[in-house]
Design a protein around this ligand. Sequence first.
Ligand SMILES: C[S@@+](CC[C@H](N)C(=O)[O-])C[C@H]1O[C@@H](n2cnc3c(N)ncnc32)[C@H](O)[C@@H]1O
Length: 309
Amino acid sequence: MLSDLSNIKKNTEQKIEGSKADDLSKLNLIFMNKLSASQFKMLSEFIYKELGIKMPEIKKTMLESRLHRRLRDTNHSNFSDYLNYLFSGEGKKKELDHMFDVITTNKTDFFREPTHFDFLKTTVIPELTSRFKNRAIKIWSAGCATGEEPYTLAMVLNDMVEQNLLFDYSIVGSDISTRALKKAMDAIYPAQIANDIPIYFKKKYLLRSKDTNKPTIRICNLLRSKVNFQRINFMDDYYDINSSFDVIFCRNVIIYFDRITQEKVINKLCTKLKPDGYFFLGHSESITNMRVNLETVKPTIYNLKNKNI
Ligand SMILES: C[S@@+](CC[C@H](N)C(=O)[O-])C[C@H]1O[C@@H](n2cnc3c(N)ncnc32)[C@H](O)[C@@H]1O
């Protein structure tokens, strides 16, 4: 009896080992796949048209390695089958958003490029609150990735409210990536990410998980109630966002676009800015030589001009 049992156990273990080996060799095959020149051309043109993201030849290896994960998750062993599926009716419904998730770079941090938050605190908010008493300040974090930027804005603004600068505010975070937006809405982050947050804000606005094996932090409900998330593709003709904003942060997004797309996107974003509203770009981005309705306040910080171009 006992020996029967041990034989069954041994056979099962061998089968598991065998299937593990099969899985590994399947994975190896997937991860060795390369895009042909024509497949890469078709995909890069599609990505440019749908997302505005430029995909030159130099990014071919990066694109392949990001898509390998999609091949694995959709059970396709080569790019040819995967692309047929992606562009089929079913693929467009079920796979396209996942493909966008892996194509986009969602790198972000709390208090990234902190001089912008200092400028907001010392200049923009005091100016707006003195000009418009009793009106809520509206901020759009456009291309917010996993939410660190809009929550940083909420920390800074909420702290100012608590310092007796009584005003109301609301923040919208938007992105094309549904996976990033889900993380933003969950508002739970690995604890080490909070290292970028000054202790003062950590104590006020973060909740710590009790799980010591996988420590996480969560943004408190008060700040979460001030931030709403929405999916917006900058390539859309019109941004379906039901508001105009005093401040738009669009940082480290246009860096992925070519010049023509950058100009178009900034002009469309400007249609959602209130007169004299402020517009922030990332530190490596600028509007130099662009036909846009903005004037420079400081490098990467702009004001809407009140005249047409
Ligand atoms: C590098 S993150 C920047 C996050 C944040 N603004 C920051 O500076 O830390 C760029 C974000 O832009 C988003 N993005 C790229 N193309 C987009 C498009 N066509 N429409 C909307 N969002 C897009 C990406 O999904 C990504 O989350």
